[in-house]
Ligand binder design. Structure first.
Ligand code: COA
Length: 162
């Protein structure tokens, strides 16, 4: 339960294949609500297996409370998914997940991280801006022709957002 945890005992670890189903369900409920379900368990499992992706999870005891999926390319990384359970938001867990993955991109020699976020998710857009991301482009109909996205980029060569 949220009342019994504190930030000191949140654990961050790479996902195992057996986490794919829970991550996919969280994606459906927290990120993709109202859209066709794209991040199904087999797709999440493929990213857990892939050598060019990291699937990072946050845990409070036995409860998976957050996740993020990053894919790495030659010069940039792409943040595919990010979600934190509502009861655990605004405690720095989303930031920690993103910064952990950004560090791996930096170490791998990448210059930037890109992502798309639902245009109507103003809180999530504010979160990314707070972490140093800039809004580059508005893309109408990006999500199954139904909803617009905003493309955002974080230049990793710039200093930290802190
Ligand atoms: C976006 C999300 C992952 C943020 O997770 P979080 O753990 O609550 O974020 P943090 O606590 O690390 O926030 C860091 C800072 O970002 C900003 N921020 C976070 N959420 C915000 C919101 N809803 N509105 C405005 N600013 C916000 C704040 O400056 C915050 O610092 P503060 O709490 O000290 O003011 C979470 O709200 C979420 O899961 N949303 C639904 C899914 C989603 O939209 N995912 C992103 C697209 S894939």
């Amino acid at each position: 339960m949220a009342a019994l945890w504190n930030m000191q005992n949140i654990e961050y670890k790479l996902a195992r294949l057996r986490d794919a189903q829970v991550i996919a369900q969280m994606s459906r409920d927290l990120v993709e609500f109202g859209l066709p379900w794209a991040w199904t368990a087999p797709r999440v499992a493929a990213h857990i297996r892939a050598s060019d992706s990291n699937v990072l999870t946050a845990w409070s005891g036995e409860h998976l409370i957050g996740f993020a999926i990053m894919q790495y390319f030659d010069e940039h990384a792409h943040l595919n998914l990010l979600g934190v359970e509502p009861a655990y938001r605004r405690f720095g867990i989303g930031r920690r997940l993103v910064e952990w993955l950004e560090e791996t991109a930096r170490v791998g020699g990448m210059f930037s991280v890109r992502l798309e976020v639902r245009a109507g998710q103003t809180g999530s857009r504010a979160f990314y801006r707070r972490l140093g991301y800039q809004e580059d482009k508005y893309i109408p109909g990006y999500y199954s022709g139904r909803e617009a996205a905003v493309r955002m980029t974080h230049d990793l060569r710039r200093s930290s957002s802190l």
